[in-house]
Design a protein around this ligand. Sequence first.
Ligand SMILES: [Zn+2]
Length: 295
Amino acid sequence: MATIPRRYGCCLSLERLMLSEHSVGVGQRIRAAREARGWSQGALASRLGRTQTAVSYWESGNRALALDDLIAVAEVLGVSTASLLPDSRSQRSAPALLRAVAERVDAGQLADELEEFALKAQVEPRLQTKWNIEPASPRDTAEALLAIAGINDTPVPVVELATGCGIRVLPWSFDNVDGLVVDLDNGPTIAYNRSQPHTRQRFTIAHELGHHLLRHTDRFYVDFGNELAPLAAGDHPGYDWRAERSANEFAANILMPSPMIRQSFGQTPDVRALAKRFDVSSAAMSIRLTALRLK
Ligand SMILES: [Zn+2]
């Protein structure tokens, strides 16, 4: 859908980092599981609808798998995806993992900023979870949260919604990160960039809340700003446009719920006035109105 804001073009997640960082280990595990089945590389390849060369590259660690490929390989081999990943996932702390992600895309201060953030956040008190939301489509998940929280009025209190879901929301000084969500030992945490405009911060918080509630399966997501996004996206196995698209769709639905937008638009069909009322950027409102076919 081209109607969703593009600025969250990149997001790195842990599983993807592991795939690229540990491609040799992953390859060895695939080879062992394949051989246990008594299959040749060609046999595995044909079951996957891939070439034997691709399987050969993965097994030698010369090329990292995309997460989709890992899932397909595990399914065909009849093993869990976790069994194909190296074990360091549980051994490395969140601050160390965030540092590792940052170091992959940026040689500057970002690694320090992310690590410092995680170190500080992990000593914050745990929050109580008022509302448990089951993951569904982005829209249904957003509407379920709005309903359980009894939100009928603008602007939607996005920090309050996140907090009610047991997620702490903290501002941080990042150079090139819009925001992130990370599962710490003391509970999930969203960080947003304190130097960005207020409306963008709200969108970031909603986007990260989407990653969490939609169970984008990973221990963390880091959303890079425009400057770093091209480095972290593209060929990088960390790029997951589906998760980004869902998180953006969730954000649009939580900040600009369809019934509330339709009602307000009936009274005031003006993008800037509506943007102000919903406390979002005019650009985000404009995209939302187009998506709802109101303009
Ligand atoms: Zn994201």
